[in-house]
Write a new protein. Structure first.
Length: 250
């Protein structure tokens, strides 16, 4: 089945694809790669190939078994738009989403160039949220324009791990921005000023702002367990969702 998760901005994960490969600086300390190798060692179903890209058509039926409306993060252990995922398989995955409108599907990719190629001029159903990772200026910022070229009800950015000051960037037609620092033994620190700059730009553009975590490095730039560093920014949590989500579940 799809599995519950501790990821703060979703409820469950659904992985019809597992495995991936590194394409940018944000991938350097990939949590999914480490997890996939552990799952392979444990003999977990779907991870026989470790972190090699693997299509799992047998998992396509999983969302049908969940009657309660659920927010699914699609492919937390891969990238749905990986170059080796064929359009036909994408068709099958999106057919499931269209047939289960009670669920919300959150899709995040670093292969943003495939988005307008695959979707063309079609309009996505409102239960499909489309997002891209923006970890730095060189790799991340160009992905936003690709995302903007898709007619999605909710377009979002995962600015995690935030690796540098993004400066000023265009948030036009971006509905939600998630920001977080990196976790793990080799995590790179995040500066509070970088986060506040994004928060201010979200407020000006009307994009909902969600602060996920500090990660391994705290606001004081001391390295410790990410739970100890917590999620507070300016003394409070920031858990905003897009307005559509508030209207449906508020």
């Amino acid at each position: 089945m799809a599995t519950t998760t501790t990821i703060e901005w979703t409820e469950e994960t659904w992985n019809p694809v597992t495995g991936c490969c590194k394409v940018s600086a944000g991938c350097a300390n990939c949590y999914a790669e480490k997890m996939a190798h552990r799952l392979k060692a444990m003999g977990a179903v779907g991870y026989d190939n470790g972190f090699e890209l693997t299509l799992l058509p047998e998992r396509l039926q999983q969302p049908f078994r969940k009657k309660k409306p659920t927010r699914f993060f699609v492919n937390s252990m891969s990238d749905l738009f990986h170059e080796d995922v064929p359009d036909k398989f994408l068709d099958d995955v999106f057919a499931v989403m269209r047939q289960t409108p009670q669920h919300t599907y959150q899709i995040l990719t670093k292969r943003a160039y495939r988005l307008p190629q695959y979707f063309g001029s079609q309009k996505l159903p409102s239960n499909i949220w489309l997002g891209v990772t923006v970890e730095d200026r060189q790799s991340g910022i160009p992905r936003i324009d690709h995302l903007r070229n898709v007619d999605a009800a909710i377009r979002f950015l995962s600015v995690e791990p935030l690796l540098e000051d993004l400066g000023k960037f265009d948030l036009t037609d971006i509905h939600w921005v998630i920001v977080g620092g990196e976790s793990g033994p080799n995590a790179r620190p995040m500066n509070q000023d970088w986060v506040l700059s994004i928060k201010e730009q979200c407020e000006k553009s009307g994009s909902a702002f969600f602060f996920k975590q500090w990660g391994t490095w705290g606001i004081d730039r001391v390295k410790r367990n990410k739970k100890a560093n917590g999620r507070l920014l300016l003394g409070q949590t920031w858990n905003a969702y897009p307005k559509q989500e508030l209207a449906v579940n508020g």
